[in-house]
Design a protein around this ligand. Sequence first.
Ligand SMILES: [Zn+2]
Length: 67
Amino acid sequence: MNSIIKNAAKCKTCGEVIESTYRHDFKTCSCGKVSVDGGKDYIRRGFPKQPPEDWFEELSIFEDKQE
Ligand SMILES: [Zn+2]
């Protein structure tokens, strides 16, 4: 079970870093192509089409719990 330390992504179109800090904290970058949601509860990404790496750089940090 991984817990989320940071839920963030960097848009490759406008270069903005967006971070969702709590559940249902839906953030969209300034060009509107990439969005993040979920805070520390879940990771959700919005982007125009596959593959995601064409649109944003994943900046999330997870804590790996060995339990
Ligand atoms: Zn953008």
